[in-house]
Write a protein that binds this ligand. Structure first.
Ligand code: BES
Ligand code: MN
Ligand code: ZN
Length: 490
C-alpha cells in the first residue's frame, strides 16, 4: 500500500519564502492580483511572477499552474504559480494542479484566501500527491520525485489544520479505494480483499465475512455462479457503521467486487484485459466510504455490502445457456458470462433488503463498457427510482466536485431482458447496454426502496490522471457518497 503525503501547517515566519528549499508554491487571485506570499515571490524574483501572470501562457483559469525554474533571488529550484479561482472547488483544484508540478522531495505551499479556502488547497494537493508505488523501486537518478512531506505555510496555521481534519478522513478513504483498485488481481484476491475489510474492525466498524457455504444457504446462486470457475472463494462482506439514532433504518451502499473479470467462458479479447483488475471498483468505493465514516465518526447508520468474486473460465465455470436461480427466487438465463456484475449485484441487493430493510440503497459498479462510450471518463452515469433521492445525490456530487449524469429507466428497455426459458436473461443486446443492465438490477429492488445505481465503468480509472489524482484509480464517488451520508446524520 501507499504512504500518503504528510502535510504540516506552519506559520509564515517558520517558513520564510527566501529560505524555502525544493519547491515553493504561490497563488494568483482571480482578478490577477497577488496575495502576500505571491507578492513576496514577485519581489524576490525581480517581477517574474507579474510577468508570468501578464503573459499569454498563463490564463488564470481554474487548474492553471506554471513553473518558474531556478528562480533568481530564491533558494527554491522551482516556483510554482497557480490560479486560485473563486470557489472552494477551484481552490481544491488549484492545490492539486500545483502539486502536479512538484518534482522534489520537499515543497512549501504558501496558502492564500480564507482558512476554508486554504484547507481546500491543502486537500487538493494531498489528493494529487497520492502515489501507488508499492511495486516500483525508487530511481534516485530520475527527476520525477514527488514530495512525501508538504509544508503548508499560512498566516492561520491552527485554523487551517483544524479545518483539514475532516479532509484527512476523506483523503484516507479515497486512498484506501485507490489502493484497492490499483492492486493487481494476484495480490487482491477475494480472500485478501475480505481480509483488508476485516481489518477495518479496528476502526470500530462491525465487519462480517460470509463465505461460499453461507452464501449457498442464503440462496445466492447467481453470485456463486459467477465465482464458481475461480480458485478463490466467493465472499460477501458486510461493513456496519451505526453512528446514528438506534433503530433508524440504515442507508445501504452496495458494491460490485469482481477482483478480476476475464469474461469467463465468454472470454474477453486479450488487448486491455489487464484493466479488469479495476472491476472491483464499486466495492472499493464502498470500502473507502465506510473507512471515512469510521474515521470521522459519522453520526449516521450506514451498511456497506460488497460481493467479492473472480470471473474465470475453467472446467467448473458457468457456461452460456446455464440457468441459475437468484436469492429472490427469479431464474436467470446466462446468455453471456461476461455480463457477470449484474448477477453478483442482484443477489447482494436482495440480501441487503431482506436483512437490513434500508431507508435507501445506492449501488456502485463498473458494470458496462457502454457507459464509457456514452460518458467517457469524466462523468459517471446514474439511474434512480426516486426523484427526491436523485436530487439529493446530485447535490452531493456537486458539493464534492464529482460529476454524475442521470440516465433513464423504463419498461420499454426492460423488454430486452425477456428469456425464452427463464424469468429473464442476463443481457439485453447492444442498444442501450448500460440501461438494460440497470433494468436487470431494478428487478431486484423492492417497490418503495429508493434506489440509485451508479455505473462507474468510465470514472473508476483514468489513465492520464487529473488535477486531483495521478494516472490510475481515481476513488471517484468516495467524496460524493460521504457528502450524501451527511444528509442522514442526526
Ligand atoms: N466489467 C465489465 C464492464 C467494463 C468494461 C468495465 C470496460 C470497465 C471497463 C462488465 O462485466 C462487462 O464485461 N460488461 C459487458 C456486458 C455485455 C456482455 C452485455 C460489456 O460491457 O461489454
Ligand atoms: Mn464482464
Ligand atoms: Zn465486470
Amino acid at each position: 500500500m501507499t504512504s500518503p503525503v504528510e502535510i504540516a501547517c506552519l506559520a509564515l515566519d517558520e517558513a520564510p519564502l527566501d529560505a524555502a528549499e525544493g519547491a515553493a508554491v504561490v497563488f494568483v487571485r482571480p482578478d490577477g492580483s497577488l496575495g502576500p506570499a505571491a507578492s513576496a515571490a514577485d519581489e524576490a524574483t525581480g517581477g517574474a511572477v507579474s510577468r508570468l501572470v501578464a503573459s499569454k501562457g498563463f490564463r488564470n483559469k481554474p487548474g492553471d499552474a506554471a513553473v518558474l525554474a531556478f528562480p533568481s533571488g530564491l533558494k527554491a529550484d522551482r516556483l510554482v504559480v497557480a490560479a486560485l479561482g473563486e470557489t472552494a472547488a477551484d481552490a481544491r483544484r488549484a492545490g492539486g494542479a500545483a502539486a502536479g508540478k512538484l518534482a522534489s522531495a520537499v515543497a512549501t505551499v504558501y496558502g492564500d484566501g480564507a482558512a476554508e479556502i486554504q484547507a481546500e488547497i491543502a486537500f487538493g494537493a494531498a489528493l494529487r500527491l497520492y502515489d501507488f508505488d508499492a511495486y516500483k523501486k525508487r530511481d534516485e537518478e530520475t527527476a520525477d520525485d514527488k514530495p512525501r512531506r508538504l509544508r503548508f505555510a499560512t498566516e492561520t496555521p491552527e485554523a487551517v489544520a483544524k479545518l483539514s481534519k475532516p479532509h484527512a478522513a476523506l483523503a484516507e478513504g479515497v486512498f484506501f479505494t485507490r489502493d484497492l483498485v490499483n492492486e493487481p488481481a494476484n495480490v487482491l484476491t477475494t480472500d485478501d480483499f475480505a481480509a483488508r475489510l476485516g481489518a477495518m474492525g479496528e476502526l470500530g466498524l462491525d465487519v462480517e465475512i460470509l463465505g461460499e457455504d453461507e452464501l449457498a444457504k442464503l440462496g445466492m446462486r447467481c453470485l456463486l455462479a459467477v465465482g464458481q470457475g475461480s480458485a478463490s472463494e466467493s465472499k460477501v462482506v458486510v461493513m456496519k457503521w451505526m453512528g446514528g439514532r438506534p433503530g433508524d433504518a440504515p442507508l445501504a451502499l452496495i458494491g460490485k467486487g469482481v477482483v478480476f473479470d476475464t469474461g469467463g467462458i465468454s472470454i474477453k479479447p486479450a488487448a486491455g484485459m489487464e484493466e479488469m483488475t479495476m472491476d472491483m471498483g464499486g466495492a472499493g468505493v464502498v470500502a473507502g466510504v465506510m473507512r471515512t465514516l469510521a474515521l470521522r465518526k459519522a453520526q449516521a447508520n450506514v451498511v456497506g455490502v460488497v460481493g467479492l468474486v473472480e470471473n474465470m473460465p475453467s472446467d467448473r465455470a458457468q457456461r452460456p445457456g446455464d440457468i441459475v436461480k437468484s436469492m429472490k427466487g427469479d431464474t436467470v438465463e446466462v446468455i453471456n458470462t461476461d455480463a457477470e456484475g449484474r448477477l453478483v449485484l442482484a443477489d447482494v441487493l436482495w440480501y441487503v433488503q431482506e436483512t437490513f430493510k434500508p431507508a435507501a440503497m445506492v449501488d456502485l459498479a463498473t458494470l458496462t463498457g457502454a457507459m464509457i462510450i456514452a460518458l467517457g471518463h469524466h462523468t459517471a452515469g446514474y439511474f434512480a427510482t426516486d426523484d427526491g433521492f436523485a436530487a439529493q445525490f446530485e447535490k452531493a456530487c456537486k458539493d464534492a466536485g464529482e460529476a454524475a449524469w442521470r440516465l433513464p429507466l423504463g419498461p420499454e428497455y426492460d423488454k430486452a431482458l425477456k428469456s425464452r426459458l427463464a424469468d429473464m436473461k442476463n443481457t439485453g443486446g447492444r442498444p442501450a447496454g448500460s440501461i438494460t443492465a440497470a433494468q436487470f438490477l431494478k428487478r431486484f429492488v423492492k417497490d418503495g426502496t429508493p434506489w440509485i445505481h451508479i455505473d462507474i465503468a468510465g470514472v473508476a480509472l483514468m489513465k492520464e490522471g487529473s488535477d486531483l489524482a495521478p494516472g490510475g484509480a481515481t476513488g471517484w464517488g468516495v467524496r460524493a457518497l460521504d457528502r450524501l451520508v451527511r444528509d442522514y446524520e442526526r
